[in-house]
Design a protein around this ligand. Structure first.
Ligand code: BTN
Length: 324
């Protein structure tokens, strides 16, 4: 992230509607007029509409419509997350890109966002529908200092963060978490989460948590039309994706730091409160085609579903699709 761009943009935003003189910018940023001019042009390339008048200076007229790293970064009050933000017009998958950046030593909390995914990945080898410009498709690269058996907490805390972020940008909405990690609105899926782990010798090298949120779609392909919804459909108005991703990153970091501090019970408690499954009769489609039917007694301290079948046998599941 270019620090001069950020500072310059901050100054222009603070003075929106007015002109800021070249002299003032030069003093505040400690750079020459030529450098300012170069960075003004860089911001224009990023889609910022900036007016310039001789003797008056520069004025921000309009910020870009799409997702722009500088814009997201500016509103972020975080310690670790989002210090590196990469926004791409199109990617195969933000999870795949995050793994590439992991190999290049990008730091924990690096955020990768794209306007569209050509091959968005869902859980259990499925795809994820990621059309351009309307959804929020992003991944966070993490290097968590936790044991691999605590990795399900990455998904638990990201679901909590998404739910919190949604409530911040659309207060009328009531998100529910569907075990293990879908977020639903009015019984339909609005968000899916795919965490991928790279672990070796009992240590997590890195993890990638990929989050897909249907934000401003107004319709879906026939295959998912009955089960998917968007924030816009449920809230009745367009949602600002920049604001949403900022809120989620802020919450995600807060829960992440709690997780690293070992506050697992607290996080589990918060997650359980939003789960729609405890006490319900369910069918679970686990790996290798195994189907299991029973009553959900609870979730374990690792986030597994504890199910009792009609013969009284108790089983635990940590992954699978559930139908209520
Ligand atoms: C699911 O099947 O519910 C999980 C869907 C996860 C989709 C997100 S979109 C951003 C990130 N990149 C991907 O390829 N997948 C995840």
């Amino acid at each position: 992230m270019n620090k001069i761009n950020i500072k310059l943009l901050k100054l222009l935003i603070e003075n929106k509607g007015d002109y800021v003189s070249g002299e003032k910018i030069s003093q505040e940023l400690g750079v020459s007029r030529t450098t300012i001019w170069k960075h003004i042009n860089k911001l224009r390339e990023l889609g910022y509409q900036i007016d310039s008048l001789t003797r008056k200076g520069y004025s921000l007229i309009k910020s870009p419509q799409g997702m722009v790293a500088e814009n997201i970064y500016l509103g972020l009050d975080t310690e670790v997350f989002g210090k590196e933000i990469r926004v791409y017009p199109s990617l195969d998958s933000t999870n795949t890109k995050a793994k590439e950046l992991a190999a290049d030593d990008y730091p924990t909390g690096t955020v990768i966002i794209t306007e569209e995914q050509q091959q968005g990945k869902g859980r259990r080898g499925r795809g994820w529908y990621s059309p351009p410009g309307t959804g929020l498709w992003f991944s966070v690269l993490l290097r968590p200092d936790i044991a691999p058996n605590k990795a399900p907490f990455l998904t638990i805390i990201s679901a909590l963060a998404v739910s919190e972020g949604i409530k911040k940008v659309a207060s009328s909405l009531v998100p529910v978490i569907k075990w293990p990690n879908d977020v639903l609105l009015a019984g339909k899926k609005v968000c899916g989460i795919l965490s991928e782990l790279n672990a070796d010798l009992g240590m997590i090298k890195y993890a990638v948590t990929g989050i897909g949120i249907n934000v401003n779609q107004t319709s879906f392909p026939a295959e998912i039309a009955d089960i998917a919804t968007s924030l816009k459909i449920e809230a009745g108005n367009e949602i600002d994706r920049t604001l949403l991703v900022q809120e989620i990153i802020v919450s995600f970091e807060r829960y992440y730091l709690e997780m690293e501090a070992g506050h697992y019970d607290k996080l589990l408690g918060l997650w359980k409160k939003q789960l729609n499954i405890i006490g319900e009769q369910v069918i679970i489609y686990a790996n290798e085609g195994i189907t299991y039917e029973g009553n959900v007694l609870d979730v374990s301290s690792q986030g597994e579903l504890i199910i009792k079948d009609k013969n009284g046998e108790i089983n635990k599941f940590w992954a699978g699709d559930v139908s209520l």
